[in-house]
Design a protein around this ligand. Structure first.
Ligand SMILES: Cc1cc2nc3c(=O)[nH]c(=O)nc-3n(C[C@H](O)[C@H](O)[C@H](O)COP(=O)(O)O)c2cc1C
Length: 200
C-alpha cells in the first residue's frame, strides 16, 4: 500500500482524436473558465504531457539539456472530480501525486500573481518550478538559459494537450517569486517559473 499522501493516477492515453496540427492552430491564451470541474483523467493527461516519463531511463515528454531534469511540477487543485482540493507535486516516474497541503490555495496564488483572475477561477493551476543547481553544476551560467528553455517546452506540451482535451489555458509569468514560494512550500533551492491555469 502506498502511503496516504501518495495518490496514484490512472494511465495516460497515448492516442487521441486531435492532430498536433489542430492543437497548434487552436491554441490561444484563454483567461475565463466555466465553473465546471476537471476530471482525474484530464489532470492525468495534462501532467503526463508536461513532465511524464516516456522511457525506461527516465527521459520525459519534454527535452532537457544533458537529461538533467531541473523542473518540478506542482498542481493547485481547486475543483477536480474525485481528487481532494489541495497542493500536489507530480512524481513523473511513478505517475503519481504527492499531496503537500489539503488547502484550496487558488486565492492566495492569484494574489501572488498580482490578482490575476484565471489563477483564482481555474479548477486547476499548474506551477512549474526549477532547481537551477541541477543544471548550472554542469553548464555554469549557461545552464540558467537551458532551464528556462526547458520550462517553455514543458509548458507548451501542457497547453497543446489542453487544446486536445478541449480545455483552455494561459501561461503566466507575472507573479512575485517570494510570495509564491511559501504558498507552494518550495524548498530553498527551488524557484517558481511559470503558472498555467487550466479549465473549461
Ligand atoms: C513568458 C510569458 C509570460 C506570460 N505571462 C502572462 C501573464 O502573466 N498573464 C497573462 O494573462 N498572460 C501571460 N502570457 C500570455 C501572453 O499574453 C499571450 O501568449 C500573448 O498575448 C499571445 O496570445 P496567445 O497566447 O493567445 O497566442 C505570457 C506569455 C509568455 C510567453
Amino acid at each position: 500500500m502506498p502511503p496516504p499522501e501518495i495518490v496514484r493516477l490512472p494511465q495516460p492515453r497515448f492516442e487521441g482524436p486531435v492532430s498536433v496540427e489542430q492543437t497548434l492552430l487552436a491554441r490561444r491564451s484563454m483567461r475565463t473558465f466555466s465553473r465546471d470541474p476537471l476530471t482525474v483523467d484530464d489532470l492525468t493527461q495534462l501532467l503526463w504531457a508536461a513532465q511524464g516519463t516516456t522511457h525506461a531511463q527516465g527521459y520525459r515528454t519534454a527535452p532537457s539539456a544533458g537529461a538533467l531534469y531541473p523542473l518540478e511540477l506542482y498542481v493547485v487543485v481547486g475543483h477536480v472530480v474525485g481528487l481532494p482540493t489541495g497542493l500536489y507535486r507530480y512524481l513523473g516516474r511513478e505517475h503519481a501525486l504527492h499531496a503537500k497541503s489539503p488547502r484550496d490555495l487558488r486565492a492566495e496564488m492569484a494574489s501572488a500573481a498580482h490578482g490575476q483572475r484565471p489563477v483564482e477561477r481555474a479548477p486547476v493551476t499548474f506551477l512549474f518550478t526549477a532547481v537551477y543547481d541541477r543544471m548550472t553544476a554542469k553548464y555554469g551560467r549557461r545552464g540558467v538559459r537551458y532551464v528556462d528553455m526547458e520550462a517553455g517546452h514543458a509548458a507548451q506540451n501542457l497547453c497543446l494537450q489542453a487544446v486536445a482535451l478541449d480545455l483552455k489555458s494561459v501561461v503566466i509569468g507575472a507573479f512575485q517569486d517570494e510570495a509564491v514560494k511559501p504558498i507552494a512550500m518550495l524548498p530553498a533551492d527551488e524557484e517558481p517559473l511559470y503558472l498555467v491555469p487550466v479549465g473549461r
